[in-house]
Design a protein around this ligand. Structure first.
Ligand code: NAI
Length: 340
C-alpha cells in the first residue's frame, strides 16, 4: 500500500477504547454501489500499520467482490487488533457502538477470528450487522462461502471433483465445510491447519494430514487456500504442481506478478473475490431481507466459467479479467449516477 492508495478510500479510521483495551481499524473503500459491507477480522497484528494495511487490502477486495456478485454494496472491512486474549463482551459492545457511529456507512459480518456468537453481541449496539440468521435467512457465512468455492472447484476441473486430489490449507469455518462437501463428492483430500483438533475433524472426513509447509506445493490437482492471504508469492507460483488454485482466502496473490506466473504456467487461478463471494451473498441477502441467495451462490460457478473461457480466448490472466469486470460495474454505476 502506498500514499496514493489512501486516496481511493472513502474513510479509514483507527479507534481505541482505553477502558476495554479494544483497538480496531475501519477501512471503507468505495461506496458507489451502496454502504461499505464486509466482515470484521480479529487477528494478532505486529503493529497498527499492519492492521491498517490489512484492512485496506481487504476492503478493496470487498468493493470488487460485492460489485461482481451483483450486490448493492460498496467495499469495507474492519479489523480488531487482538492481544491474544479472548475477546470480551464489553469489547464487542464497544465495537458495535463504533459501527453504529458510522451511521450505516459500514455493515459488518464475521470473518477470521470472529464467530456468529460474537456478532450477536455486536448487534446489541447496532443494526448494521448481518450473517446472524435469526430471521430465517442467511446465517453463518462460512458454509455458504464453502458452497461457492465448491462450485468454483467443480467448474475449474471441468465439471466434477470425483477422484481429484485437493489440498485444503486452513480448516476454519470455510475450510472444514469445504472438506465436507469435497469428501461427500468423492475428492481425495490433503489438509493442513495450525490447530490439531481441526485436522482431526478433517481426518474423520477421510482427509490425510500434511505438514504446514508442504500443503501448497504437493502433487495435487487443486490447491484450495482457505487460511490467510498473500500466500501466492512469485516463488510459490513457480513451485506449484497443481493445475487449479481455487480457495476462499482473501487476497491470495501477493503480487500481480504471481498471478501472471500462474497464468503462464497454465494453472487456472480462480480470482479470490469471485470464488469466495458465497458468504457475502448470503449475508447481504439476509441484511436486505431477500430470499434466493443459494441460486446466486451457485451462479459463482458460471461466473468463473466465463472468466476461464475469456482467459483462454484472450490470453489475459484471470485476476486481470476479474478486476476489469468489477471496475466496469462500478464505473457504470458512477456514470449512470452522474448522468441522472
Ligand atoms: P477461520 O478463522 O474460521 O479459520 C481460519 C483457519 O486457518 C484456522 O483454523 C487457522 O488455524 C488456519 N490457519 C491460519 N494460518 C494457517 C496456516 N499458515 N496454515 C494452515 N492453516 C492456517 O476463518 P474462515 O472464516 O474459515 O476464513 C478463511 C479464509 O477465507 C480467510 O482468508 C477469510 O478472509 C476468507 N473468507 C471467509 C469468508 C467466510 O464466510 N468466513 C468469506 C470470504 C472469505
Amino acid at each position: 500500500m502506498t500514499e496514493s492508495d489512501f486516496s481511493e478510500f472513502h474513510r479509514i479510521e483507527s479507534r481505541a477504547d482505553r477502558r476495554t483495551g479494544l483497538r480496531a481499524v475501519f477501512a471503507l473503500h468505495d461506496l458507489t454501489l451502496g454502504p461499505a459491507t464486509g466482515g470484521v477480522r480479529r487477528w494478532r497484528y505486529a503493529s497498527e500499520d499492519d492492521a491498517v494495511v490489512d484492512a485496506m487490502r481487504l476492503a478493496r477486495g470487498m468493493t470488487r467482490k460485492n460489485a461482481l456478485a451483483g450486490l448493492p454494496f460498496g467495499g469495507g472491512k474492519a479489523v480488531i487488533m487482538s492481544d491474544g486474549a479472548p475477546v470480551t463482551k464489553a469489547q464487542l459492545r464497544v465495537f458495535g457502538r463504533w459501527i453504529d457511529e458510522l451511521g450505516g456507512e459500514y455493515i459488518s459480518a464475521e470473518d477470521v477470528g470472529m464467530r456468529v456468537e460474537h456478532m450477536i453481541e455486536v448487534r446489541k449496539e447496532t443494526r448494521f450487522v448481518t450473517g446472524i440468521g435469526d430471521r430465517g435467512l442467511g446465517g453463518h457465512p462460512g458454509p455458504k462461502t464453502a458452497r461457492g468455492v465448491f462450485r468454483g472447484i467443480e467448474v475449474a476441473l471441468g465439471g466434477s471433483v470425483r477422484g481429484a486430489r485437493v489440498a485444503v490449507q486452513g480448516l476454519g469455518a470455510v475450510g472444514i465445510a469445504l472438506v465436507e462437501l469435497l469428501s461427500a463428492a468423492g475428492a481425495r483430500l490433503v489438509v493442513s491447519d495450525l490447530d490439531a483438533d481441526r485436522i482431526e475433524a478433517a481426518e474423520r472426513l477421510g482427509a490425510e494430514r500434511c505438514a504446514l509447509d508442504d500443503v501448497l506445493l504437493g502433487d495435487v490437482d487443486v490447491v484450495a487456500p482457505c487460511a490467510l492471504g498473500q500466500i501466492l508469492t512469485p516463488e510459490v507460483a513457480r513451485g506449484l504442481k497443481c493445475r487449479v488454485v481455487a480457495g476462499s482466502a482473501n487476497n491470495q496473490l501477493a503480487s500481480d506478478e504471481a498471478g501472471r506466473i500462474l497464468h503462464e504456467r497454465g494453472i487456472r487461478y480462480a480470482p479470490d473475490y469471485v470464488i469466495n463471494a458465497g458468504g457475502i451473498i448470503s449475508a447481504g441477502y439476509e441484511y436486505l431481507g431477500w430470499s434466493g441467495a443459494e441460486v446466486q451462490i451457485d451462479a459463482i460457478g458460471g461466473r468463473l466459467d466465463t472468466i476461464f473461457r475469456e482467459s483462454a480466448a484472450t490470453g489475459e490472466p484471470t485476476h486481470e479479467i476479474a478486476e476489469r469486470m468489477a471496475l466496469a460495474v462500478i464505473d457504470g454505476a458512477r456514470a449512470r449516477r452522474t448522468a441522472a
